[in-house]
Design a protein around this ligand. Sequence first.
Ligand code: FAQ
Length: 311
Amino acid sequence: TVTEDDAAFQERIDDDQFIEPKDYMPEAYRKTLIRQIAQHAHSEIVGMLPEGNWVTRAPSLRRKLILIAKIQDEAGHGLYLYSAAETLGVARDDLVQELHEGKAKYSTIFNYPSLNWADIGAIGWLVDGAAITNQIPLCRTSYGPYARAMVRVCKEESFHQRQGYELMMAMAKGSEAQKEMAQDALNRWWWPSLMMFGPPDAESTHTAQSMAWKIKRFTNDELRQRFIDATIPQAEALGLTVPDPDLKWNEERGHYDYGEIDWDEFWAVVRGEGICARDRIRDRVNAYEDGAWVREAAEAYAAKQNQKAAV
Ligand code: FAQ
């Protein structure tokens, strides 16, 4: 049954108004947002790991500086997102604990290994490219704190995408061996990047309701197509080959047709069977435990400041 409150809420959504933390919202809307924002936050934090793998082996000081700055940005994104989730009445500590217990989802993409230096380029180009395609529309998602967090996140992701593409360009126009590394990275990251957009619309549990609530502004398949259409000319400019023999421009549709995505692989990675899944959680738990002294020091400092203020 739809209550009067629910009907008024839907009217506000239909009128493109933002919903703010203290406004009325249906419980299911709140739950969906907590789920999506928390998964998004976890993705940003776990997403630091594949790139962190290359910090000590970046080939020049310039590349190392760029990479460290990018990884630091991802940490910031995770923190804004946990804060946005907290406005819905959950505690960040609880969300983090669920991640560490292996109960929370994060993007499948971060369970693949980063094997050669060109992977850092491919991650920026493709993974950040896919992330922007998905997140630009989220700047107009119906929940105010999430939408506002996305504005800055998208600006930073655009820089990340550019640095990745510039790195790919250097590799693709470099020596024969560098070009091979670039092609190898594209071969391994292409399909997992397409999977970032989630299951096909027909199998997506949440899309219909999330579209009605304007949490999502486009469906998974719409955004996947938009990403493919934008990225193919970029691959051509690099002189690299996208590993999909069925990829073909469809004049009638005005879009690229593409081959079948391996959805069995996708669901296996969602279930936690990705190549790096265990390493990722172990690394996060270790980082959290190793950082305990920082949290304790911050708490001791805050207590001291409070004591001073009370005097
Ligand atoms: N991985 O009904 P739907 C980044 C799950 S970008 C894992 O379609 P929904 C930047 C889904 O949770 C990456 N699980 O779900 C960066 C649901 O399971 P549940 C993060 C997935 O929510 C770059 C079930 O399948 N971006 O981090 C995936 O309507 C470089 C059914 O799916 C975001 O999170 C997947 N790929 O649509 C950082 C963006 N796809 O919860 C470092 C915000 C689906 O029922 C380095 N999120 N599932 O148990 C979204 O836009 C949406 O949540 C979708 C999924 C589109 C991801």
